[in-house]
Design a protein around this ligand. Structure first.
Ligand code: UD1
Ligand code: UDP
Length: 389
């Protein structure tokens, strides 16, 4: 089995799957010197596409998540969508032909995911998609295009929430290919919890006890100067209510700084944080302002109020079962004030189903059954799920 990973959120989602597959074979199996993970059942390795390459966007996640060294790094780097995807396609074709895996596992909705699914479909290599079926129904988002294409081509579709099952059914995907397995990003969060230390990270960054965290990187928010200005004005207004620390994704760095997102007053702009430092800061925060997909899920589980500056979300379960609210730059200051006043009460009091820290082992069992040649019917899939609870 080869896992194709390229960007920050991929690493977080893959770690529990890699661990789950390793533990199928021999409890606690770890990486070998060559970087691949061996067990009696499944031999696996990571292909890093190099879509994200800064140490703070990549290496720190391998260390924090205990991921084995990749067996290859394609070093594709940054570019326009066409150029980056083209480099991903040619690089991945070579490496898939070299290793001839029985199955390729792809994660989420980034360009590395799209390229891997296309290459494998053309080479006839079977694929599994972790986080299948999420839809924002907004095709101006590059991620939505990647999701639709990936799910049309994947052989095994592994879903994190019930709405994803409905979307795939509506698109005519064969239900025998679809499995509701829970959310591996939440497995990583659970695994990290004992190591989180908000006080320590706060003290290191010189942040007061009550603070907010903001992350901003969506093209719709940061690529256009006018929109960036509107957003930064709103964030500055929120910073009059509560000090805000912004671990800034490299994508928006220049444009957001030009729009006035600079350290001073109640705003602290820093480099992206490693996974454990970032989650520590989120856990201790009074409020999170974000446009990230994963951060909407993590705040829901940590019970931290979250305002998401987007017109839509592919993760509506974080609104119905969590702490998330959608806002525009215009409504952000009032929504932030309300969230700070209300704290984090979830509407139903129930967290999303199967966000229980056991998604990695469930996915590993689906993959193992598939590798054995079992043709999983929905009833058999149900049994796989039940045996994990
Ligand atoms: C990508 C994903 C997005 C995901 C995000 C997670 C696509 C289409 N988008 O967006 O869905 O939410 O990752 O963080 O795949 N850069 C660096 N150093 C790096 C990586 C990127 O400086 O290590 C800068 C470069 O200027 C680059 C820009 O960030 O041009 C964008 O990087 P890219 O990977 O193309 O997209 P993201 O915005 O990171
Ligand atoms: N994250 C991190 N450091 C940061 C910002 C985010 O470790 O400075 C983590 C976050 O906890 C989550 C993942 O990165 O697990 C989300 O990635 P991102 O927001 O870049 O992508 P998205 O989820 O929007 O695709």
């Amino acid at each position: 089995v080869l896992h194709v990973l390229g960007a920050r959120p991929n690493f977080v989602k893959a770690a529990p799957v890699v661990r789950g597959l390793a533990e199928l074979g021999s409890a606690g199996a770890t990486g070998t010197a060559s970087g691949s993970v061996s067990g009696p059942v499944v031999r696996q390795g990571i292909i890093h596409t190099g879509q994200h390459y800064d140490a703070l966007m990549s290496d720190v996640f391998f260390a924090d998540l205990g991921l084995p060294e990749p067996i290859a790094n394609l070093g594709v780097g940054s570019g326009t969508h066409a150029r980056q995807t083209a480099a991903l396609l040619t690089g991945l074709e070579d490496v898939i032909l070299e290793h001839r895996p029985d199955l390729v596992v792809v994660y989420g909705d980034v360009n590395s995911t799209l390229a891997a699914i296309l290459v494998c479909a053309k080479l006839g290599v079977p694929t599994a998609h972790v986080e299948a079926g999420l839809r924002s129904f907004d095709r101006t988002m590059p991620e939505e295009v990647n999701r639709v294409v990936t799910d049309a081509l994947a052989d095994i579709l592994l879903c994190t929430s019930p709405d994803a099952l409905s979307h795939l059914a509506n698109e005519g995907v064969d239900p025998a290919k679809v499995h509701f397995v829970g959310n591996p990003m939440i497995d990583s969060l659970f695994a990290a919890l004992p190591s989180l230390d908000p006080e320590k990270v706060r003290a290191r960054l010189g942040i007061p006890e009550r603070y907010a965290v903001a992350t901003l990187h969506r093209p719709g928010n940061v690529d256009d100067a006018g929109k960036a200005r509107e957003l930064v004005d709103a964030v500055r207004e929120v910073s009059e209510l509560v000090p805000i620390v912004v671990p800034l994704h490299p994508r928006g760095r220049t444009r957001l700084a030009e729009a006035g997102l600079v350290t001073g007053g109640n705003l602290t702009i820093i480099d992206p944080l490693g996974y454990l430092d970032f989650l520590s800061l989120v856990k201790g925060a009074a409020l999170v302002v974000t446009d990230s997909g994963g951060v909407q899920e993590e705040t829901t589980m940590l019970g931290v109020p979250c305002v998401t500056v987007r017109p839509n979300t592919e993760r509506p379960i974080t609104i119905t079962h969590g702490t998330n609210r959608l806002v525009t730059p215009a409504t952000l200051p009032a929504a932030a004030a309300k969230a700070l006043a209300d704290g984090a009460a979830t509407p139903t009091g129930e967290l999303p189903p199967l966000w229980d820290g056991k998604a990695g082992p469930r996915i590993a069992r689906v993959i193992a059954a598939w590798l054995r040649g079992d043709n999983l019917s929905p009833a058999a899939a149900q049994a796989v799920r039940a045996s994990g609870d």
